[in-house]
Design a protein around this ligand. Sequence first.
Ligand code: GAR
Length: 208
Amino acid sequence: MSGAAKPLRLGVLLSGRGSNFQAIARSIGEGRLTGVEIAVAVSNVEGAAGLAAAQEMGLPTVLHVSKGRPRAEHDEAMIATLRAHAVDLVCLAGYMRLLSPGFIAAFRNRIVNIHPSLLPAFPGLDAQTQAFEYGVKVAGCTVHFVDEHLDHGAIILQRTVPVLDTDDAHALAERILVEEHKAYSEALARVASGEYEIRGRRYVKRAQ
Ligand code: GAR
């Protein structure tokens, strides 16, 4: 990927509330995130609030219900939609379904995800509750490239959140979410710049 003048076209995948998607859209709308545009928002869950929000913003939206459908077949339909919208970079924003190997191969090194923990700690579901119950003193979120393994690819950036004695899992998750909303736009700006390389597992800024 290069830092060409043409904006990077994002395909946002979501399953629910869509607050990370909305934060990205706001960053773009307010001119804080440049070099990217949202080409399409896709949901795998009927009635996802995030998809309704995308519609209200006048963005192209597509629903591919995944429930009861074989993963590979569902993902083929998703790939076709993303290609039809000329998507350069797939952004998982609360997309709560594992991607098939075929999907990952179709967009190799061109899928990013946000996860509400400091990976590699607490992959999987309910990461904030996992972190809270474990008793960590510092929690946070991670934006990373997606590979074949769950919550595993090269890390683009992380933001930390202190865990307070007065916290419960919900309060902690709320404070992590505030950082997620900043982290995702910041990570997309880095990717859009094209000024990076992936060395092994390490995402590094390219020397000027
Ligand atoms: C976010 O906290 C995101 O990090 C998490 O789901 C939430 C979606 O919220 N994703 C994962 O746990 C993926 N493993 P949103 O729909 O409001 O963006």
